[in-house]
Design a protein around this ligand. Structure first.
Ligand code: DGL
Length: 275
């Protein structure tokens, strides 16, 4: 019987997280769900992101996942805490839902030297203040400055991230961020799409600034979690199989998935319908 590790994202961006998790732990089964039909979540309200995320988590539970990773910053920022604290006790106390913000925040204090950290993310993630709140808990001396970059996701989704238009908007938001705090030496890419822009982001920043994509940290943190929780580890099946689900058309998902995973061969997804 398959009891895969579930990964959820508003669409394809979470594949940048899945990619690293799968590379580190290929022995597990994975079930990836992208809510492409309702993406992007970035500028949606708290209530809607929470409602959609809870629906997705329940679907992944129904499909046998004992553990779900919310591989989306916006959903982690707006829905994770409420699901963990209010919903999980009523659904199934033995299942777990984890996010992507905490694993990223945990490493930040060891990387910054100036104690000035920048976060680029969707409007929803920045307005939630989740990064600054989480960083303050672990690293009270760090000053966090956020910058919403609302045009980066559409540039990537429309496959325009390698164009001069992308250069313009990458520079624009980074300039705005560094104007707010020129002492930043560490930049968190707080959105699952942004690793696709990493070369341009690096090009418009001084070399002294560390640019931090999340995938590897989330993967390391999940490995550590499974090591510390053998009761959960034994519940995650290990046939090395991966399945993809999308709420949009299978073809649209596959097309975008190939870009996000940088692969030539087709990724096949199955369409789900929300009740
Ligand atoms: N996956 C989302 C995130 O990491 C970005 C895409 C969206 O806005 O839905 O914040």
């Amino acid at each position: 019987m398959k009891t895969p590790i579930g990964l959820f994202d508003s669409g394809d961006g979470g594949l940048t997280i899945f990619d690293k998790v799968h590379a580190l732990m290929p022995e597990y089964d994975y079930l990836y769900l992208g809510d492409n039909a309702r993406a992007p979540y970035g500028s949606r309200s708290f209530e809607i992101v929470y409602e959609f995320t809870l629906q997705a988590v329940k679907r992944l539970f129904d499909m046998g996942c004992p553990l779900v990773i919310i591989a989306c910053n916006t959903a982690s920022a707006k829905a994770l805490r409420t699901i963990q604290q209010n919903d999980l006790p009523n659904i199934d106390v033995s299942r777990r839902v984890l996010g992507v913000i905490r694993p990223t925040v945990e490493v930040i204090g060891k990387i910054t030297k100036t104690n000035h950290v920048g976060v680029v993310a969707t409007q929803g993630t920045i307005l939630s203040h989740s990064y600054s709140l989480e960083i303050k808990k672990l690293w009270p001396d760090i000053i966090v400055t956020g910058q919403a970059c609302p045009l980066w996701v559409p540039l990537i989704e429309n496959n325009e991230y390698n164009t001069a238009g992308a250069d313009y908007f990458v520079k624009k938001y980074l300039d705005q961020l560094l104007n707010k705090d020129p002492l930043i030496d560490t930049l968190i890419l707080g959105c699952t799409h942004y690793p696709l822009l990493i070369d341009k982001i690096r090009a418009y920043l001084p070399e002294t600034i560390n640019v931090i994509p999340q995938g590897n940290y989330v993967a390391d943190s999940l490995k550590d979690y499974l090591h510390r929780h053998p009761e959960m580890e034994v519940r995650c099946s290990k046939h090395g199989e991966v399945e993809f689900l999308t709420s949009e058309s299978e073809d649209k998902f596959s097309e975008a998935a190939n870009i996000f995973l940088g692969k030539q061969e087709g990724i096949h997804a199955q369409r789900i319908i929300w009740e």
